[in-house]
Design a protein around this ligand. Sequence first.
Ligand SMILES: [Zn+2]
Ligand SMILES: [Zn+2]
Length: 275
Amino acid sequence: MEQFLSNPQLLFFIPLILVAILVESFLYKKRYKKPYPWLESGISLGVGLGHQLTGVVNRLLIQGVMASFVWNYRIFTMPDVWWIYPALFFGLEFCYYWYHRASHEVFLLWATHSTHHSPNEMTLSAAYRLGWMPFLSFTWVFFLPLVFIGFSPIAVFTMLSINLMYQFWLHTKLIDKLGFLEGLMNTPSAHRVHHASNPQYLDKNYGGILMIFDRFFNTYAKEEEGVEIVYGLTHPNYSKNPVEVVFHVWRELIAKTSQKNGLREKLRLIFSPPQ
Ligand SMILES: [Zn+2]
Ligand SMILES: [Zn+2]
């Protein structure tokens, strides 16, 4: 789950999230006979708090400035009828797929999204480990076409918040495969594959709520029996400092860009796959 928008609605869910994490910690110890990774959860909490604070600025720039600007130049205005809700749901899911895929395939977007992939264990707290610089990563441009064709910025970003909130429960090892839902919906099993750094699972399962676009664009992979998943980045980051976790890949991007000569070479690196 990513996320370039801070999520005010999330505040109402905090007690629920805390209870879920406590239950998970109890079941985790029982099932895996090892201590729950509270330190990882604490780091995620620090990153998540920073995401909420920086989210004020990101939200202002993305929704308040960019989306409002596009809204003024929209080509239609969606009518107030029932079918615009399913239309927006599927439209947003399509945009989310490409936003998420680009976040893995383009260095500039990966700089922000990599934060979400930094936990070295899959627990619920990974859900709120989210980057701080979505505005500078241009992740939001993927959602502006919806505004351009006439969905209001409030409708688009509310639907996106719902999509992100859905993804909270996907971040756990404790929920096994869910039968016929696998391959249709994003499930804990599908999202474990997405967070894996095993070569066979890299760059798979980009959907937010659905898996249908992954099936359509050939990026779907199911969790195989007997394959132990290694969570985290392919170059793992073991820092305990939330600020370092957030800016680790940004620093790499800036260092590698500054080594390149000329604007064309610099831009080529920024828009190339992460290195
Ligand atoms: Zn995730
Ligand atoms: Zn991802």
